[in-house]
Design a protein around this ligand. Structure first.
Ligand SMILES: [Zn+2]
Ligand SMILES: [Zn+2]
Length: 172
């Protein structure tokens, strides 16, 4: 088995919400003839399954700071994706990911509706390796253990901090 160590990079700075408004204005002119009504744009750190979300009343676009910090180059596409939803809604068209969405999406230059896919794939590749300091057995888990765990082989009858498993995060 070989693992690449995941180096935890410092989160890239995301555009300020003022910059997001400028970006919105530019994309609005470029792709929607400036017809989209104003939206509040905010970062929501609790959004973890999609990189963006829109609500129409009030007109609000939320971007996942959690996911976009790791993929700052997806900010523009995520915003544009939500703007396609806004345009459909405003035009009285079905605002889900149906055929109207796909037509407009291609028109504005987006290639896939799954704007959150690169993020999802990357997240699912995260693994945790638990290693015993004594017998060196290593176990791979998809989730970080909830608390401290010791080696089940070296300490079968309960927690023993002398053989506490070292936890290491990897990305395969
Ligand atoms: Zn969408
Ligand atoms: Zn052990």
């Amino acid at each position: 088995m070989s693992f690449a160590l995941a180096v935890r990079e410092a989160p890239a700075p995301l555009p300020s919400t003022a910059d997001l408004q400028l970006l919105f204005a530019r994309l609005n002119l470029e792709h929607f003839k400036g017809a989209l009504r104003a939206h509040r744009i905010e970062y929501n750190p609790r959004l973890s399954t999609v990189s963006g979300r829109i609500t129409y009343r009030p007109a609000l676009i939320e971007l996942s700071s959690l996911l976009l910090e790791r993929n700052p180059d997806h900010v523009e596409d995520t915003l544009l994706h939500e703007m396609v939803h806004a345009w459909l809604h405003q035009s009285g068209l079905p605002s889900g990911h149906g055929p109207e969405f796909k037509t407009k999406m291609r028109e504005v230059g987006l290639r896939s509706i799954y704007h959150d896919l690169p993020v999802a794939r990357r997240r699912s590749r995260r693994r945790y390796v638990l290693e015993c300091p004594r017998c060196r057995i290593s176990i791979m888990r998809k989730c970080r253990p909830g608390g401290r765990v010791s080696c089940a082989r070296c300490s079968p009858h309960g927690f023993d901090r002398r053989v506490e498993m070292h936890v290491r995060e990897i990305v395969r």
